[in-house]
Design a protein around this ligand. Structure first.
Ligand SMILES: *Cc1c(COP(=O)(O)O)cnc(C)c1O
Length: 332
């Protein structure tokens, strides 16, 4: 099967910002865009993106999940990067229009249609290293995706890194390209040297997140994760899982967590650790690697609470459970 995110629908929604205003959005071919080689994004990384999904229900209808949250975050990323201000209603319409265009191509569960809104600075101005782009382009790409866990869900090995950082601290809550490039070097090194699947960035012992997913610790009936601050990406999956955990009667604790406490708690057999994000929903962590030692998390295998929470979220997304929090928007 094709790798996640490598197949695209042939058209996308696109709008441009020029002369201080947004153009009308249109549906255009998705195989290319025209960009000046001096475009601001290519030199000074004025770029941000989002990732959300549309789901097919049993009756054939198609629904997007928590679109408002992703649009708000894209608007925030754009603002923090000094990109032109988004017209949030226009973005919503672009998403709904392009998903509707491909409504019949939205895969059945466990597949879905991955939606990738992208906002880039297009002004041809290599002199603007210290000035914002005056023009930009916003497009919404679609990629049908299958079950993320085709190989079977395997618990991940995470390297706990207390010295490095995922990105510059003031960039943590921005979903911007440069942050991922910044985490690649350390990640490739961790893969090669200790066969880690991911790095859990814990600068000065403060447990933050991995390269592209949030981290949550499950200790019996309690779920613990770092409280929102500007140092990390505020995941929609993280917030959804915390809400569902509370619905299920779990204690939700949002606070700082140190590496020391993490390793202490993980030694208990009932403890689970998970990564959360739109692509994989919840992925279990089986092993921490820290200062050349390996620590099993609980049993070292995917646990029952992670499974229960993932199921609760999937059931809402797939229309099998009541959408009590109004997270779905019907597209067609
Ligand atoms: C996208 C992302 C997440 C997960 O966010 P979701 O809204 O749950 O998909 C977490 N951390 C980083 C760094 C991300 O880029």
């Amino acid at each position: 099967m094709a790798a996640f995110g490598s197949v695209f629908m042939p058209k996308m929604a696109l709008a441009t910002f020029e002369n201080n205003q947004w153009s009308e959005a249109s549906i255009v071919g998705s195989d290319s865009i025209q960009l000046h080689p001096g475009a601001h994004v290519l030199h000074y990384s004025s770029t941000c993106f989002e990732g959300l999904k549309a789901f097919r229900h049993e009756d054939g209808s198609v629904h997007v999940f928590r679109m408002d949250q992703n649009i708000k975050r894209l608007a925030q990323s754009s603002r923090l990067l000094s990109l032109p201000t988004l017209d949030e209603e226009q973005v919503a319409k672009m998403i709904l229009d392009v998903v509707a265009e491909y409504g019949s191509d939205v895969p059945e569960p466990p597949g879905s249609m991955y939606i990738r809104p992208t906002h880039i600075g297009t002004e041809a101005a290599v002199g603007k290293a210290a000035a914002p782009t005056a023009t930009s382009m916003l497009y919404v790409l679609l990629s049908p995706v299958g079950d993320y866990f085709t190989g079977g869900a395997k618990a991940l090995r995470l390297l706990l890194d207390e010295t490095g950082m995922r990105c510059a601290p003031h960039m943590g809550m921005i979903k911007s390209g440069g942050n991922y490039a910044s985490a690649l070097g350390p990640m490739m090194k961790a893969k090669a040297e200790v066969q880690a699947d991911q790095i859990l960035f814990c600068p000065n012992g403060d447990v933050q997140e991995t390269g592209a997913a949030n981290f949550l610790l499950i200790d019996g009936n309690e779920i613990i994760t770092k409280g929102l601050d500007s140092s990390f990406l505020h995941g929609v999956t993280r917030s959804s899982i915390l809400t569902l955990a509370a619905d299920l009667g779990m204690t939700v604790t949002e606070r700082d967590l140190t590496v020391t406490e993490l390793l202490e708690r993980s030694a208990k057999p009932e403890v689970e650790a998970v990564l959360s994000g739109t692509a994989a929903v919840l992925t279990s962590v089986g092993t921490f690697i820290h200062n050349d030692k390996e620590y099993k998390v609980g049993t070292g295998e995917p646990g029952p609470t992670a499974q229960k929470l993932r199921q609760a979220l999937n059931d809402i997304q797939w229309g099998k459970a009541e959408d009590n929090h109004n997270w779905l928007t019907k597209v067609c």
